[in-house]
Unconditional design. Structure first.
Length: 340
């Protein structure tokens, strides 16, 4: 089985399981789990932020960032193609009483111009006020596009100018770092809050990190409890996250290399892609996405249909060069079989 549906399918390695088994644990709701505390300190340092909080998922990290930086009735500006707008079960409105305001983007990326047009701060009872701008780095539905640090700096400056907050959904932040050469702290310095997932390309079984100021993370801690995300002896999971941060970051560039080779080989074979793919996420154009996904699945290659015109393939650490070669053979055959 070659599973290209997502980088979330990565499984813990033997060394990661070993680190999990050895982890010292305590009750994290009492803030007494030494491994969780170590992970949070390590992640905060990596991001150059005062504090970090280990949370169960990227979805919860984003939601907490919105809840602590906006009040019910406020607006959160985000990209039309953003993950919170498409895939987080309308939690901004259902849980936060917040209005998501999607703005046009380029491959999931926002520009200061597009954002500024939508910032509302008028003292008039008709209006919901903008509290937060949320960016995604890398973009999921935007083909893994990444921001340059300068672009994030400009958005951070715009947010500050208007007295609003900039949140970065960096579910795949380290993929952006691998692609641009910037450090996580280079990006984070321009954001009030930033999160990343340990459970995607980094290969941990669960968990995300949210970071910001110490006082923001105190508010986040209460919010996590309110959402039911306070867990107990989760040093076992934190150990996996620490192991991933200490050992797996360099491997992301290899995922990107395989994604490039995959794309080049399919393009040479007549395949067309919907958008650029600078990191590990590719959208291959096909008139009958379900037919292609089905034909690939018959051959043991798993992908996801995307919209009416493409399928998604994501490269990750559980796909090696041999599997890449096999996947390419299956793609070429399935493509030929399903093209009208
Ligand atoms: C860009 C982005 N943000 C947030 C999430 C949510 O992460 P989780 O699945 O851990 O809730 C994902 C998950 O795929 C994502 O791709």
């Amino acid at each position: 089985m070659i599973d290209l549906r997502s980088d979330t399918v990565t499984k813990p390695t033997a060394a990661m399981r070993e680190a999990m088994a050895r982890a010292e644990v305590g009750d994290d709701v009492y803030e007494e789990d030494p491994t969780v505390n170590a992970l949070q300190e390590y992640a905060a340092a990596l991001l150059g932020k005062e504090a970090a909080l280990f949370v169960p998922s990227g979805t919860m990290a984003n939601l907490i960032a919105f809840l602590i930086q906006a009040r019910p009735g406020d607006t959160v500006i985000l990209a039309e193609e953003s993950h919170p707008f498409h895939y987080e079960a309308a939690n901004l409105s259902r849980v936060g009483g917040l209005m998501p305001w999607p703005v046009p983007d380029a491959f999931g990326k926002l520009t200061p111009d597009a954002v500024e047009k939508r910032i509302v701060q008028i003292d008039d009872p008709h209006f919901s006020h903008t509290a937060v701008v949320s960016i995604e780095n890398t973009t999921n539905r935007g083909g893994g596009a990444c921001y340059d640090v300068e672009e994030v700096r400009a958005l951070g400056a715009l947010a500050r100018e208007h007295g609003i907050k900039l949140h970065c959904d960096g579910a795949r932040l380290f993929n952006a770092c691998a692609a641009t050469g910037a450090s996580a702290a280079d990006y984070a310095q321009h954001c009030d809050t930033i999160c990343f997932c340990l459970s995607k390309g980094l290969g941990a079984p669960a968990g995300s990190i949210l970071a910001g100021t110490r006082s923001a993370m105190r508010a986040a801690l209460q919010c996590r409890k309110m959402l039911g995300g306070g867990m107990r002896q989760i040093g076992i999971l934190a150990a996996a996250g620490l192991h991933a941060l200490q050992h797996h970051l360099p491997d992301l560039a290899e995922d990107h290399r395989r994604a490039r080779e995959f794309r080049a080989a399919l393009e040479a074979n007549g395949g067309a892609f919907v958008m650029p793919s600078p990191t590990n996420i590719l959208y291959l154009r096909h008139p009958s996405p379900f037919a292609l996904v089905g034909a690939l699945a018959q051959r043991g290659v798993f992908t996801l249909p995307h919209e009416a015109d493409s399928i998604r393939a994501v490269f990750h650490r559980d796909i090696d060069d041999t599997m890449l070669g096999e996947a390419l053979d299956h793609f070429k055959a399935a493509y030929a079989e399903t093209m009208p």
